[in-house]
Design a protein around this ligand. Sequence first.
Ligand code: C5P
Length: 201
Amino acid sequence: MSFTIAIDGPAAAGKGTISRAVAAHYGFAHLDTGLLYRAVGARHLAGADPVEAARTLTAADLEAGNLRTPDVAQAASKVAAIPEVRAALVDFQRAFARRAGGAVLDGRDIGTVICPEAEAKLFVIASPEVRAERRYRELREKGVETDFATVLEDVKERDARDMGRADAPLRPADDAVELDTSHLSIDEAVATAIAAVDQAM
Ligand code: C5P
């Protein structure tokens, strides 16, 4: 049996937290597909050709220490606009989605391009200000020196690039359930997500 849950949305809307909780709830495997693009972005920042990096990505690249920084996030969204980079990552994501026992994939194009046949699709959103506030707190907790205005600028720039690219732009699938987390606690957001997936089962 395979069952795929696709969770898409913009940066810091709560996809990661929701995906991990949903995967734990159903006992499914979870793939944070943003990490693939971050790993390619990090290798590109270190001098590698992005297409070559995407074609030769290894598990070790995904475990590299500094993938959660603002610089890597920006590099990720730049390399993610290159069609050959996206193409090189498709097979791995689709194989993960179809694994026995069920899978949750979160990203930008899971419900539209990677797994259009996913049994359940969520599109998680929140206002740019709420998302920037969450990301700002996360970064501060990790000891990254930054200010709110810079983080908000970053979020908006990445949204524009992710929504504006020609190949697999960020957008909800026609059959996705929209979940706005702006005014929800984590527990409320997770409960709403699980209720939506239960409906699809
Ligand atoms: O989700 P996260 O913020 O880690 O993603 C980093 C970047 O990777 C995004 O801004 C986006 O450009 C890209 N990405 C993508 N498709 C995905 C996941 C992430 O283009 N499925």
